[in-house]
Design a protein around this ligand. Structure first.
Ligand code: FEO
Length: 397
């Protein structure tokens, strides 16, 4: 259980979760890590902890460096249980002199663990904390992605401990960005932003602007999940900057479910129309694609076309669930359209349109409904819808 040195007197002491595959509804196909860091200043400081079930890993790694009982301070950047689950046991073991957290962090810690007697110290952004050899500064990042979230910065080493921000669910024995295939890094960084942060894009945009305007020098970003960005932290910052602007890449996505293949036939014809217009398009059948993988693609898509047949006057359950999920994440600046087959009542297209209107998508068509099984003219209409969307996308560029 070796700790990993990330800078002089600063170590990764977290845990690797090879097995996690579901993170409150987000599929974590490559597992994850819960990163915690130990700063060996004159005041020895632990930044964040790990999920309760992985406490032994944290203690073992710390113990390779120092007796955990010698730790003076704990910094809690974020209270969600994947980072604080082992905190009560660690507080018991360490008996820290102080627990540093944000104002909302103190409230959330008390609401989680019901310990008013812990030695909380609310940090003051802009005020330094001298550990003796290392100096910490704090930045409140409220609602990124919890009310309590904050960053901690080590001035001497220019390391930003960024909590969930700039992180990814990636279980790996490697600890640094330059040890991982860049395409995997970008895939998991994208998936994390899409499923955790899309909703907060306006705040991300302000935060990135604030970081850039402040001239804060960032040599390394150490998030609470995945790898430490030691070689290319700007890759993560620039990606967040881009996503927070919701610009889209000019491509289209068709997200659908189907009962007896009629809606599937329609989806493929819409895709043909888009391709004929030279638009890059991807089809996602919700039966085979997890909602969190679909959301990863929604992040950069410029057109979202939803297809669903009518079931019991409503939507198929997978589409209803996906819509609930997507609505919560509030992607913006999308062109939208809907289609679907029906037998007798035919409400699905109307419901899809209503959901997209609520999300402020730019609906460019009333949508296409087909009774039972599409005939040639219906499929031609679907292709025409693809052309129409393609032309709208080109006009938007
Ligand atoms: Fe990784 Fe919001 O917890």
């Amino acid at each position: 259980m070796n700790p990993i040195k990330i800078a002089e007197n600063i170590y990764w002491v977290g845990a690797i979760d090879w097995d996690v595959r579901d993170f409150h509804g987000y599929s974590t196909n490559r597992g994850s890590t819960y990163n915690a860091f130990l700063i060996m200043g004159e005041k020895i400081t632990l930044i964040d902890t790990v999920k309760k079930s992985m406490k032994a890993d944290l203690i073992a790694r710390i113990s390779e460096i120092v007796d955990p009982g010698k730790i003076d301070y704990i910094v809690v950047n974020h209270v969600e249980m994947d980072h604080s689950g082992s905190l009560p046991d660690m507080v018991e073991l360490i008996k820290p002199e102080k627990i540093f957290c944000s104002t909302m962090g103190q409230k959330a810690l008390i609401q989680h663990f019901h310990r008013e007697d812990w030695p909380y110290e609310v940090v003051v952004p802009g005020q330094d904390l001298d550990l003796g050899g290392k100096t910490l500064a704090f930045m409140e990042t409220r609602m990124l992605h919890w009310p309590d979230s904050m960053f901690t910065y080590v001035k001497e080493d220019k390391i930003l401990f960024s909590s969930d921000a700039f992180g990814m669910h990636l279980g790996t024995s490697e600890r640094f960005d330059d040890q991982i295939d860049p395409s995997i890094l970008m895939e998991e960084l994208t998936k994390y932003y899409a499923n955790i942060l899309t909703l907060y894009s306006p705040l991300v945009k302000k935060l990135i602007a604030k970081i850039k305007e402040s001239g804060l020098e960032i040599k390394m970003i150490a998030p609470d999940h995945g790898v430490v960005w030691r070689s290319n932290p700007m890759m993560a910052i620039d990606a967040y900057d881009r996503w927070s602007r919701n610009e889209g890449k000019g491509n289209a996505m068709i997200i659908y479910d189907t009962m007896w293949h009629s809606t599937e036939l329609m989806a493929k014809e819409v895709a043909n129309g888009l391709q004929d217009e030279g638009i890059s398009v991807k089809l996602y059948n919700l039966r085979y694609n997890h909602r969190s993988d679909v959301m990863k693609e929604v992040l950069d898509a410029s057109a979202i076309i939803l297809g669903c047949p009518t079931l019991n006057n409503g939507l198929l359950p997978r589409m209803a669930g996906f819509l609930m999920y997507m609505r919560g994440l509030r992607p913006t600046n999308k062109i939208g359209a809907a289609f679907g087959s029906f037998g007798w009542s035919g409400e699905a297209v109307k419901l899809l349109n209503e959901a997209m209107t609520e999300m402020k998508f730019d609906l460019i068509d009333d949508g296409i409904k087909v009774k039972y099984v599409p005939e040639t003219s219906d499929l031609a209409n679907c292709a025409a819808l693809g052309h129409k969307i393609g032309q709208a996308l080109k006009a938007k560029k």
